[in-house]
Write a new protein. Structure first.
Length: 212
């Protein structure tokens, strides 16, 4: 995968949520497969990721293929660090591979990273219920939609990074990505969500072309 754990690598052309709301996910009971309303304590990022793992395993996804992308720097396990506070953009994108196909689900409806991750898990649980009730063909079409992410659009990647007509190395692309990301990141003054989406897409396109 060329997706990044940090900053958020939002799928190209996926619509963003204009107004976020507070979620009702919470810890109530012992089963990580149950998604109940907020009771005594709110979910942590670790709690939410365990729910994602629970659902992924039941779909037959190998967990080493799962990548969680957010605007929180990852810890040693590669998960968003739970003590970093909430970023201005709490959206999440989860990438994985199933039966050899790259797939993704992205959610930014809620105002906490942990709750958006829990929403991914809840959506996967709902899709698994479709399968249990005999809707296998519906499920396949749903996952096909996740696999066929829209093609990147917009400016050529050389223009995004300022390479002009030259052909840089992959190392030069990564260096340019880090430099421009420091300016465009939504948490920086003057940063912009759409600019960061364009930058992430340009990085993926550049590395894919240079690898050919």
């Amino acid at each position: 995968m060329n997706e990044t754990r940090y900053p958020l690598c939002w799928p190209q052309n996926w619509k963003r949520t204009a107004t976020r709301v507070r979620a009702q996910f919470g810890k109530a009971g012992q089963s990580v497969g149950q998604f109940q309303r907020l009771n005594k304590s709110r979910l942590s990022i670790e709690d939410s990721f365990r729910r994602i793992e629970y659902e992924m395993e039941r779909f037959g996804v190998e967990l080493h293929t799962v990548l969680v992308s957010t605007n929180i720097r990852p810890n040693m396990r590669g998960l968003p660090a739970g003590n970093s506070g909430e970023p201005s953009d709490p959206g999440v994108a989860v990438y994985w591979t199933l039966k050899g196909k790259a797939q993704c689900m992205a959610i930014d409806r809620y105002d906490r990273v942990a709750d958006n991750l829990a929403a991914v898990a809840a959506t996967l649980e709902a899709l698994r219920a479709i399968e249990r009730h005999g809707g296998g063909s519906i499920l396949e079409r749903a996952f096909l939609g996740f696999a066929q992410l829209p093609a990147a659009t917009g400016r050529p990647w050389r223009d995004v990074f300022g390479f002009g007509l030259s052909t840089p190395t992959a190392t030069m692309v990564e260096e340019a990505y880090r430099r421009v990301a420091r300016e465009r990141h939504p948490d920086k003054p003057g940063g912009d969500h759409e600019d960061m989406v364009e930058l992430n897409a340009a990085r993926v396109a550049a590395l894919a072309e240079l690898a050919r």
